[in-house]
Ligand binder design. Structure first.
Ligand code: COA
Length: 182
């Protein structure tokens, strides 16, 4: 599924359109962007069009394009939704490197979190990062996620093993941080 338009301060989430797959062909060929992604592979345009189509049809994913400064800068999603247990995993890629470090990642995560709890009635969101990905860990923590543990030597990259940092946000954490609990 694709998510609806969500407008935040300086950042908008919107459903993908036919111009988006080609952006990802460029971004996912940039090793600076994919350095800490779990699947660090480039894609061909046909594969990417097919990926968008199957993502739109998925019943366990809600996916958006992230816009800031008047253009598409990346994407975010709620994945692997377990509708019975009301939990899911989340991920974000800001593919336009000139948009890094301007607060768009953490604002995107906050918009997505509010949607997950208020509109989808989920209970918990989990995420993770390479232990060295301080930028991603910081953005997740700013958005309210808390560390839940570290899987040691869990990911292989650049000729060595890396620890895998895991985090989550419960609906109650979000309600407290968003001032929704009296
Ligand atoms: C990780 C990512 C989503 C963060 O988005 P962003 O918009 O660049 O992040 P923000 O601007 O919201 O920054 C969040 C925090 O990280 C800090 N930060 C920025 N660059 C940093 C760096 N190189 N190292 C450590 N912290 C950094 C920011 O200062 C900010 O913290 P602060 O407000 O306390 O100063 C984005 O950079 C990205 O998509 N990178 C490539 C793909 C990736 O790694 N995705 C995550 C996979 S788990």
């Amino acid at each position: 599924m694709f998510g609806p338009v969500l407008k935040g301060e300086g950042v908008t989430l919107r459903p993908p359109d036919e111009t988006d797959p080609e952006r990802f062909v460029v971004w996912l060929a940039d090793t600076e962007v994919t350095r800490y992604l779990l699947r660090p592979f480039a894609v061909a345009i046909e594969q990417e069009r097919e990926w968008f189509k199957s993502t739109g049809e998925s019943k366990t994913t809600v996916y958006w394009i992230v816009e800031a400064e008047g253009r598409a800068i990346g994407s975010t999603g709620i994945h692997d939704i377990d509708w019975l247990n009301a939990n899911a995993t989340t991920g974000t890629v800001i593919g336009d490197r000139s948009a890094w470090g301007k607060g768009y990642g953490s604002k995107t995560m906050r918009l997505r979190t509010a949607y997950a709890f208020e509109q989808l009635n989920l209970h918990k969101l989990s995420s993770s990062a390479f232990m060295e990905n301080e930028h991603s860990k910081r953005a997740l923590q700013k958005a309210g996620y808390r560390e839940t543990g570290v899987e040691r030597e869990h990911l292989w990259r650049d000729g060595r093993w890396h620890d895998h940092w895991r985090c989550e946000i419960l609906r109650s954490d979000w309600q407290r941080s968003a001032g929704r609990v009296p």
